[in-house]
Design a protein around this ligand. Structure first.
Ligand SMILES: Cc1cc2nc3c(=O)[nH]c(=O)nc-3n(C[C@H](O)[C@H](O)[C@H](O)COP(=O)(O)OP(=O)(O)OC[C@H]3O[C@@H](n4cnc5c(N)ncnc54)[C@H](O)[C@@H]3O)c2cc1C
Length: 463
């Protein structure tokens, strides 16, 4: 092969990244900032799940849902407003506009970082090489970042009125009756949107409670709030089957109960995208589809790392960003601190919102034996009363030790998770936080009040 021919088929980079979602592009950007030569292989659109079919579109839908509720509830605040209807073409245009602006920005950043974007489906052919449409791209390091995709249940075929989040977020109509299979984060967020848009919603969850990964107190409050909003749920019940006839889906539960709906949303979790990509053949350990790594995100094959949803743990965009940045810095020899899932904040954007960081009461009990908890009721918080929301801030501390978990539920509580994260991450004692003055009247004040109470000097605490 002539030198010319070789240069068109082979290129060597410092880092070759397979997958341009949150984990992959964060790694690419940071590596480029550190002066490394980067190739980023993406078969779909730069930005991946989060930007195109995940975080951003769902949060746009949730915002439209909030606007619908505000229009409906104006009277409560002395404002005469009437809710007419939800125009899905308008909702989709707004949502797609948000995505398009962010996508354009992201493409601009990739260009500014001089990253070579390679379009196409890539495959790992050995520890240093990714092949895309016959082109071999070689790197001193390879980062696997192929993300996740919706799962279904055995025998439950996606199609027609049986959908995953990907189809449900592009609907051009509001289904009158929806069954949501799965009461985890994605399930309760969609249930919340559909209800606000006017659908009758039933959630079916095999586990005994909604948002089962959260502290039990959060599940109880969410269930109460959903009941009040007219969102039905069946927990501790297994799905058996679903059949479609015309535009109707009939869902059968274990025990024989049936529910008729116009749409079945399957939200039973997301599985890793790793099959057929050459990972195992290259020596990478793959366990039930996930890539096994050590805490430095090394796969066991020298120079091959994995980031984001393919690494077992929290499936969150900001975890992907953090993984990507970590690996870029590791490759550049900066010896960054590993990313610990426990310190990663979690927000579920349904109404009411859920925000948490650190250990639940049960997890802390297991880890430390004796723990102390305090639940500050938002009833005592001025801003929450103004907004008309209910909920609480729950603190979990190691007995006579630092705060190890913060769990919050109520309107807009997601915005409070930043301070909660600092408290848990810096292992603050209640007394440390009680000494910080929180602005009044904000919902953020509820975090301050909870710590005041746990430090033995409650101010607006009613329990
Ligand atoms: C409905 C929904 C709502 C969500 N909401 C939130 C939220 O509010 N907050 C939050 O933090 N997280 C949220 N998430 C999760 C978040 O989207 C993911 O955690 C995040 O996208 C994971 O990033 P990743 O880079 O690991 O994978 P992905 O974003 O899935 O990116 C992987 C990329 O790799 C590409 N790829 C795969 N195989 C190949 C191949 N062979 N060759 C080339 N390219 C390939 C894919 O096209 C994709 O672009 C949500 C997810 C969903 C589905």
């Amino acid at each position: 092969m002539s030198a010319d021919a070789e240069s068109t088929t082979e290129s060597t980079y410092d880092v070759v990244i397979l997958g341009g979602g949150s984990g992959g592009y964060a790694c690419a950007f940071r590596a480029a900032e550190l002066g490394l030569r980067v190739a980023l292989v993406e078969k779909g659109k730069l930005g991946g799940t989060c930007l195109h079919v995940g975080c951003i579109p769902t949060k746009a839908l949730l915002h439209a849902a909030e606007v619908a509720d505000t229009a409906r509830e104006g009277e409560k605040f002395g404002v005469k407003s009437t809710f007419e209807s939800v125009d899905m073409s308008g909702v989709n245009a707004y949502k797609d506009g948000v995505i398009a602006r962010l996508y354009k920005g992201l493409q601009g950043l990739a260009k500014a970082h001089k990253i070579e974007l390679v379009e196409g489906a890539g495959r790992l052919v050995d520890a240093k090489t990714v092949e895309v449409d016959g082109r071999r791209i070689t790197g001193r390091n390879v980062v696997l970042a192929t993300g996740s995709q919706p799962k279904s249940l055995p025998g439950l075929e996606i199609g027609g009125r049986i959908m995953t989040s990907e189809q449900a977020m592009t609907l051009d109509f509001v289904p009158p009756r929806v069954v949501v299979l799965g009461g985890g984060v994605i399930g309760v967020e969609f249930a919340s949107v559909f209800r606000s848009f006017g659908s009758e919603v039933t959630i079916v969850e095999a586990l005994p409670r909604l948002v089962a990964a959260e502290d039990e107190a959060i599940s109880k409050t969410l269930e109460r709030a959903f009941r009040k909003r007219g969102i039905a749920f069946r927990t501790g019940v297994r799905f058996e089957s679903a059949t479609q006839s015309g535009d109707t889906v009939t869902v059968t539960l274990e025990g024989g109960d049936t529910i008729e709906a116009d749409l079945l949303l399957v939200a039973v979790g997301r599985g890793p995208v790793t099959e057929g990509l050459g990972y195992a053949e290259a020596g990478v350990t793959v366990d039930r589809g996930f890539v096994t790594t050590d805490e430095r995100l090394r796969t066991g094959v020298d120079g091959v790392y994995a980031v984001g949803d393919i690494v077992p743990g929290l499936q969150l965009a900001h975890r992907g960003f953090a993984h990507g940045i970590f690996v870029a810095e590791e490759i550049a020899g900066l010896n960054p601190a590993p990313i610990d899932d426990v310190g990663i904040p979690r927000v579920t954007y349904c109404d009411p919102e859920i925000a948490s960081v650190g250990l639940t009461e049960a997890q802390a009990g297991e880890k430390f034996g004796e723990v102390e908890t305090y639940e500050y009721n938002l009833g005592g918080n001025g801003k929450s009363q103004i907004l008309g929301t209910q909920g609480f801030v729950k603190l979990v501390r190691q007995k006579d030790g630092p705060v190890v978990g913060v769990h919050m539920v109520g309107a807009r509580m997601g915005e409070q998770v930043g301070e909660a994260q600092l408290i848990v991450g810096w292992e603050a004692f209640p007394e440390d936080v009680a000494g910080l003055v929180h602005a009044h009247p904000t919902q953020n004040e509820s975090l301050g009040e909870a710590h005041l109470a746990l430090a033995g000097k409650p101010l607006h605490a009613h329990n």
